[in-house]
Design a binder for this molecule. Structure first.
Ligand SMILES: NC(=O)c1ccc[n+]([C@@H]2O[C@H](COP(=O)([O-])OP(=O)(O)OC[C@H]3O[C@@H](n4cnc5c(N)ncnc54)[C@H](O)[C@@H]3O)[C@@H](O)[C@H]2O)c1
Length: 413
């Protein structure tokens, strides 16, 4: 059987990471790239590493006509436009078997719903990429604890955190383009994985019903004049005028529709984690049992003293968003696999080949956007948001957070 041909729209940070994941999967080629910048470079890497043959295409329409599925790996503010162009290509005859979209599905509930509708109009399967739900560590704890859970009852509390020292491109820092700050960028991961692990074994991903959200958003590091100036110099964003939150935490409460039991997922996200590099932390507490995962705990440690520091010119060789190139470094040897990228691509390709949605589809992505936006609303209003209230549901449909409007100064200072 011919290899499945994936096309990437976008050739930046996540596209390069996902190319490393493709290299670990049998039967899948990175067959095409379309991007405003970086497409030639990524295609050259694909061809040199044997995951091609990979061609650079000059438009969305062209790439859609030459691959089996496209993955939208472009920035958040380009989503609606790109999805519209993909749907138009399909309607004009492009034979796509599926569309993949990175997190967050939308910057607002309205945008996420619009993307769901555009994909529906194209009539092809979708996969929302939330890698943490696919992490082997997350899946392994579920498998290990299946019997225990059946005897003792499901998890009652999940805590999830994703933190690093701040994003790599200016658009992430600009709340009016990205859709917010760290809550929009990484809160979606932590909320999704918290919900996922709390679901009793064997139940669908949206089995537990979200009933309420409380949250806090703050600007703890990048609003301090010294670091604000550094950000202005490095990224060209002015946090004295249009700040975004660099710390967010909150709690989503869920109800088990069969038993009525309430369980909670706490999320914590920051762009001010100046330890070794990206850290994912998840834990879950059930009656008489628990799990804990920390992505910085690697079996491999490297020490580079001051004298030898020049030898480690590229600190990101060790770890995503690495902050140091000397001292005791945590090294992850296969981050594409550790973070779930390999498994999410494998799942999408398998499902699309069978004519169905990925494990997580766009409708699920829209539910995560809703929880994220409800968290912004909770932080803004300083109160718990009741998701079962029809008036709140209505308000969320057209809600854009103050931070995303560029009015973060009204609540962050
Ligand atoms: N799952 C994860 O852990 C994870 C990590 C990083 C980024 N992401 C998501 O992936 C997406 C891309 O992020 P990134 O870090 O790769 O960004 P990036 O800025 O590093 O790269 C973006 C790429 O998209 C291209 N691009 C921009 N606008 C375009 C347009 N209109 N048409 C075609 N190409 C366009 C750029 O030229 C570039 O090649 C974002 O939505 C982000 O939230 C997810």
């Amino acid at each position: 059987m011919a290899n499945f041909r994936l096309g990437f729209i976008g050739a930046g940070f996540i596209a390069k990471f996902q190319a490393k994941a493709v290299a670990q999967i049998r039967g899948v080629d990175l067959a095409g790239v379309y991007a405003l910048k970086g497409a030639e470079e990524l295609a050259a890497v694909a061809n040199a590493t044997g995951i091609g043959p990979c061609k650079v295409y000059g438009s969305v329409d062209e790439i859609c006509r030459n691959v089996d599925a496209v993955a939208v790996f472009a920035p958040n503010m380009a989503r609606v436009q790109l999805m519209t162009e993909i749907a138009a290509a399909v309607k004009a005859g492009a034979g796509l078997k599926g569309i993949i979209c990175e997190k967050p599905l939308g910057r607002t509930v309205a945008e996420a719903n619009q993307i769901v509708e555009i994909a529906k109009s194209a009539g092809i399967p979708t996969a929302y990429f939330e890698n943490q739900v696919h992490m082997k560590g997350i899946r392994a704890q579920m498998e290990q604890l299946k019997q225990v859970q059946a005897q003792m009852g499901p998890l009652a509390l999940a805590r999830s955190a994703e933190e690093h020292s701040g994003p790599h491109e200016p658009w992430f820092w600009d709340p009016t383009r990205q859709g917010g700050g760290v809550l929009s960028d990484m809160g979606c991961h932590s909320i999704a994985v918290g919900w996922y692990v709390l679901n009793p074994t064997g139940k669908p991903v949206d089995f537990l019903e979200p009933v309420s959200v409380s949250a806090v958003t703050s600007l703890l590091k990048w609003g301090v004049p010294k670091y604000r100036d550094e950000l202005m110099k490095r990224m060209g964003v002015d946090y004295s005028k249009t700040p975004a939150e660099d710390f967010a935490t909150g709690i989503v409460t869920f109800k088990n529709p069969e038993t009525g039991q309430l369980v909670q997922a706490q999320f914590t996200n920051s762009w001010m984690y100046d330890k070794q590099g990206l850290r994912l932390m998840m834990d879950g507490l059930g009656p008489g049992y628990a799990f804990e995962l920390n992505s910085l705990k690697s079996p491999l440690e490297i020490f580079i003293g001051d004298q030898a520091a020049e030898a480690a010119a590229d600190s990101e060789l060790a770890l995503e968003k690495s902050t140091a190139s000397r001292g005791l470094l945590a090294v992850e040897t296969n981050e594409a696999d550790l973070y779930g990228y390999v498994d999410e691509i494998q799942d999408a390709v398998k499902c699309f080949s069978e004519g169905k949605d990925g494990f997580l589809n766009f409708e699920y992505g829209a539910k995560i956007t809703l929880l994220c936006q409800a968290a912004y609303m909770a932080a803004e209003k300083g109160k718990t948001i009741d998701l079962t209230d029809p008036a709140v549901q209505e308000e969320l449909k057209t809600y854009t957070s103050l931070i995303a409007q560029g009015r973060g100064g009204e609540i962050l200072f």
